[in-house]
Design a protein around this ligand. Structure first.
Ligand code: AMP
Ligand code: MG
Length: 329
């Protein structure tokens, strides 16, 4: 039982969430966007630096709390882009110093899994589908383990790159979803599941060739892309469920906002007597509430850094999910 601030800054989003006794009191965020092309880490970091104070005070007033009620400040320690992570760390440290409250360092990917708790999941497999990351993660035998992952790009980046080739702007995911609804026929695409892993580069090349030939409509290509790639993702998630004998699936990451992916995940779970949990959109994308939520669980189990120890904490840009030291389970 505690009141925790959560600071998210791993990539394009700066977010502050507030969780009290497992309940989300506020979840404020702002996303760095570009006119064209991808994310420029130092520009995104500048965005975070400029907006942090504003987002924090919006979150505090939305939650209707007094700062003296705060028990600790949790922050995303990694993985992520170093300049962006550093802004989050700096913000969390200065807040910790000003309020005299401890810090709780949180792994971003594990937070995506554990936020499934608000929808009722207890011991789930996470299908994490974001721009840069694509992983199937779960807790097993004392560690969070990666059961499958992309061998090249994240699924969101893959979809966005296809959208860019097709000239339909960024982010491509929501637009591709709309086109797919109007698709009529399935166009054969490579299906790339290797063991428990997936890969997208061959499918991207194939789609690009089909686009350049001009024989297929964008609607049919979008439909076929979704059917193929989401089947790959759901297949690896199903294998993980079977392999570790779990019966709960949680979705996470921006691509999980896609209704067709949600539907396929539900169907797969239904067929094997499992349950698919999908947090609301504001908790699927990068957000501070999930950092606060896991931060509270960690804090309650005694994990906290105060004073000098807090100021000595550093970012972990390349932290792997299975390297996370789990002392709270
Ligand atoms: P994240 O990295 O978790 O913030 O997610 C961003 C990614 O999610 C981008 O690549 C978007 O194109 C993708 N995305 C957002 N909404 C959708 C959607 N409805 N369908 C597919 N992808 C989506
Ligand atoms: Mg994320």
């Amino acid at each position: 039982m505690a009141l925790i601030i959560g600071v998210e800054s791993t990539a394009h989003t700066f977010g502050v969430g507030i969780v009290k006794d497992g309940k989300i009191m506020a979840n404020k965020r702002d996303m760095y966007t570009t006119e064209s092309g991808g994310i420029i880490p130092v520009d995104s970091a500048k965005h975070h630096r400029e907006l942090s104070a504003k987002i924090y005070s919006e979150a505090v007033s939305e939650a209707g709390i007094n700062e003296d009620e705060i028990d600790a400040i949790a922050f995303s320690q990694g993985p992520g882009l170093p300049p962006c992570l550093l802004e989050g760390l700096k913000f969390a440290k200065s807040l910790s110093k000003r309020l005299g409250k401890p810090l709780v360092p949180v792994n971003h990917c594990v937070a995506h899994l554990e936020i499934g708790g608000v929808t009722g999941a207890k011991d789930a497999v996470l299908l994490y589908c974001s721009g840069a990351n694509t992983q199937v993660i779960s807790y097993a035998s004392g560690k969070y383990r990666v059961f499958g992952e992309t061998l090249d790009t994240g699924v969101g980046n893959f979809i966005d790159t296809f959208a860019r080739y097709a000239g339909i702007g960024f982010p491509g995911g929501p637009k591709i979803e709309k086109f797919a609804l109007k698709g009529k026929s399935y166009v054969e695409l490579p299906y790339a599941v290797k063991g428990m892993d997936v890969s997208f580069s061959g499918i991207l090349t194939n789609l690009r060739q089909k686009l350049e030939k001009g024989d297929y409509s964008i609607e049919d290509l979008s439909f076929s892309l979704q059917e193929t790639v989401f089947a790959m993702l759901v297949e690896t998630a199903e294998r993980a469920l079977a392999h570790i004998g779990k019966d709960e699936l949680v979705l996470g990451g921006g691509v999980a906002c896609n209704l067709r992916l949600q539907e396929m995940a539900e169907k797969m779970c239904e067929e094997r007597g499992a349950k698919s949990f999908c947090p609301e959109r504001s908790l699927l994308v990068d957000n501070g509430a999930m950092i606060a939520y896991l931060g509270e669980i960690m804090f309650t189990s005694g994990i906290k850094f105060s004073g000098d120890d807090a100021q000595k904490l550093d970012i972990k840009p390349r932290e792997r999910t299975d390297e996370v030291e789990v002392k709270w389970k």
